[in-house]
Design a protein around this ligand. Structure first.
Ligand SMILES: CSC[C@H]1O[C@H](OP(=O)(O)O)[C@H](O)[C@@H]1O
Ligand code: ADE
Length: 294
C-alpha cells in the first residue's frame, strides 16, 4: 500500500542554508527520536499553504561535523513529523571542468566512501535490504529542475556525488581517483542520509551547490573553508529562492509517488516474524510501521 498522506516537504539545509525565506506560521519544535538526538529542533511552517519542515543538517550555528551528525535521528524525526518528500540542499566540490562554482547539480547517483557512520535503521532483530539502484526521486528532481529554469540558476541534471568521510578535504590522489571513476561532485553528508531516507520510504533528492574545484584543478588553489564560505554566501540566496519556488510545486502532487520511493520496504524485510526482536521493532514504528504492523 502506497503512502496516502498529502505532501509535507522536508528540507535538510546544509552548509550555508540555515533558514528558509518567506515561511509562514513558523514554530521550532523538538522531535524526539528513539535513534537519539537530531541535529536540531525542527522548524515547522508553510509556504503558500504547503507544509514544510526544515532541519539544519549541522545544527544552527553549524555545530556538528559530518561524522557527528546523527543521520538516523534526523530522518526518523522528519518521518515522525509527517514529512513525505525530502530535499537535501548541500555544498559540494566539483570534480568536472564543466561544473564551475555556482552550478547547482541535481545528482542522480551516489558513491558511498564514508566509513564511520551508522548506515541503517535495520539490523539484528529486524533485517531489511532496500534497493538503492535509483537513489533519488525523479519527481522531486523534475520539480527542482523546473524551478531552477524559472530562476535562471545555472543547473545540471544528473551526475554522481562522491560521499567522503571528512572532515579533512581530499588528497590530490583521492580527488583524481574519484574523477577517474566519473564522479561529478564531492561532499561529506549525503550518505548515509539518502540510504536512510530510502529505508524510511521517503522521496529524496539532492541539490548539490558547487562551491569549489576541490584540489585537482591546475588553475585553482586547493579548496579552503574561506573559499567555500564566500561562494556559499552567493549560493545561499539562490538556494533560498529555489526552496521558496519548489515547495509549492511539490505541494500540488496528489497520490503516491509513482517511482516507488514510498513502497521501498514492500519486499525488503527478511527476518521471520518469530525471529523479530520486539525492542528493535518498537523503535522502527515511524520508519517501518507501515510494513511491520500489518
Ligand atoms: C563547509 S565545507 C564542507 C562541508 O560542506 C558540506 O556540507 P553540506 O553537505 O551539509 O552542505 C560538506 O558535505 C561538508 O560537510
Ligand atoms: N571539495 C569539497 N570536498 C568535500 N566536501 C565539500 N563541500 C564543499 N566543497 C567540498
Amino acid at each position: 500500500m502506497a503512502h496516502p498522506s498529502p505532501p509535507v516537504i522536508g528540507i535538510i539545509g546544509g552548509s550555508g542554508l540555515y533558514q528558509i525565506d518567506g515561511l509562514q506560521d513558523v514554530t521550532w519544535r523538538k522531535v524526539a527520536s528513539p535513534f537519539g538526538e537530531p541535529s536540531d529542533e525542527l522548524c515547522f511552517g508553510r509556504l503558500e499553504g504547503t507544509p514544510v519542515v526544515f532541519l539544519p543538517r549541522h545544527g544552527r550555528g553549524h555545530r556538528l561535523s559530518p561524522s557527528d551528525i546523527n543521520f538516523r535521528a534526523n530522518i526518523d524525526a522528519l518521518k515522525r513529523a509527517g514529512v513525505t518528500d525530502v530535499l537535501s540542499v548541500s555544498a559540494v566540490g566539483s570534480l568536472r571542468e564543466e561544473l564551475p562554482p555556482g552550478t547547482f547539480v541535481v545528482v542522480d547517483q551516489f558513491i558511498d566512501r564514508t566509513f564511520a557512520r551508522t548506515k541503517s535503521f535495520f539490523g539484528t532483530g529486524c533485517v531489511a535490504h532496500v534497493s538503492m539502484a535509483k537513489p533519488v526521486c525523479t519527481r522531486l528532481g523534475d520539480a527542482v529542475m523546473g524551478a531552477m529554469q524559472g530562476l535562471e540558476i545555472p543547473a545540471k541534471r544528473g551526475g554522481s556525488y562522491l560521499a567522503m568521510e571528512g572532515p579533512q578535504f581530499s588528497t590530490l590522489a583521492e580527488s583524481e581517483l574519484y574523477r577517474s571513476w566519473g564522479c561529478s561532485v564531492i561532499g561529506m553528508t549525503n550518505m548515509p542520509e539518502a540510504k536512510l531516507a530510502r529505508e524510511a520510504e521517503l522521496c529524496y533528492a539532492t541539490v548539490a551547490m558547487v562551491t569549489d574545484f576541490d584540489c585537482w584543478h591546475p588553475g585553482h588553489e586547493a579548496v579552503t573553508v574561506d573559499q567555500v564560505v564566500s561562494v556559499l554566501l552567493a549560493n545561499a540566496g539562490k538556494a533560498r529562492a529555489l526552496v521558496k519556488d519548489v515547495v509549492p510545486r511539490l505541494g500540488q502532487h496528489t497520490g503516491p509517488c509513482r517511482h516507488g520511493c514510498q513502497t521501498a520496504l514492500e519486499n525488503a524485510l527478511i527476518t521471520a516474524p518469530e525471529a523479530m526482536d520486539p525492542t528493535v521493532v518498537q523503535r522502527l514504528d515511524a520508519v517501518a510501521g507501515r510494513v511491520l504492523k500489518r
